[in-house]
Design a protein around this ligand. Sequence first.
Ligand code: NAI
Ligand code: MG
Length: 362
Amino acid sequence: THGKTHKILLLPGDGIGPEVMAPVSALLSEMVSRKTIDLQVSEALIGGSAYDRTGHPLPADTVARALDSEAVLLAAVGGPKYDTLPYEHRPERALLGIREKLGAFANLRPAKLFPQLANASTLKPEVIRGLDLVVVRELTGGIYFGSPRGIVTEGGVRVGINTERYSEPEIERIARVAFNVARSRKKKVTSVDKANVLESSVLWREVVVRVAREFPDVTLEHMYVDNAAMQLVRNPGGFDVIVTGNIFGDILSDEASQLTGSIGMLASASVGGKTGLYEPIHGSAPDIAGKDIANPSAMFLSLAMLLDHSLGEPALARTLEKAVESVLEEGVRTRDIAEPGCTLVGCREMGERISRAFFRLL
Ligand code: NAI
Ligand code: MG
């Protein structure tokens, strides 16, 4: 550590959220007591459980404490119990609300094949061999926000309008995030656009090329989005960092997440503001909540991303990733990734084993 007390906020939320957060919270406490890291950890309410207690899914106190932290670790929100509430009170509203308050313009979604889980994917093992990529998606611009927009009537015909729009500063800052991520990985950026058709993509490409000059150690390639969608299922091992705009990134990050076939293993980060937000990509899984069978790995891997991107502790992050891998290597599995001959364990035991492996590998 660097003599500075880091401050992070945990938001366990609903459903399996508190179950997968519990072992991560225990790991953090032990890291603090063993002085692995100088950290102040607290917890706040979000989602349906916050609504039950305070009448609001995103209490002002939670927002204030999030903004006062270097990073927020969120498990999941939502559940059938809340589905009939008006939108403003729905747990999912809290999710959008907190991302917005934190000003996160870059969404990072790693998709990594753990070799031990090669059979979980719908793709052939030889196709997904070496799959270890990150999609860096621009999150606050592009066609989801551009104006003009709306449904208008022109000469008696209704027309739906949206506008793809990117400014140079918006492209520059997302490109910089991507090149920095690549620097800590395989040093390759694939910029995905549609520059053969869209002016917004022509500018995108030009700005990305300019930013690339600041990163001579990183290789840059360009790919049209239709080709990228194809290459992701054809040769996903060829990618390292994919950087792209909001709508292309929305689609490609979901495509990439399915390549590994195990939702309980995938983490994400939303960064760019002062406070980073880290969360598994899965939801609150009401179908398995309260049964101690959820996979906590995605939650641990989200903490690894937090350590890397917000706390500047890449070595601790790598050790935590290796801890998850070593538990898989021992044949230990939760139900969602179970296979014949494995040692089947619950959420709590999986979490304890990952923590023990972490301190063993430290
Ligand atoms: P989900 O991701 O909660 O569940 C989809 C399937 O994956 C279920 O069969 C579930 O049992 C399984 N699953 C998910 N996480 C798992 C884990 N860690 N270990 C083992 N199995 C796991 O998505 P679903 O069912 O569409 O949504 C359920 C609720 O979660 C809804 O209220 C939804 O709005 C909310 N949601 C919240 C998100 C968040 O907090 N970021 C993201 C997605 C959905
Ligand atoms: Mg999506």
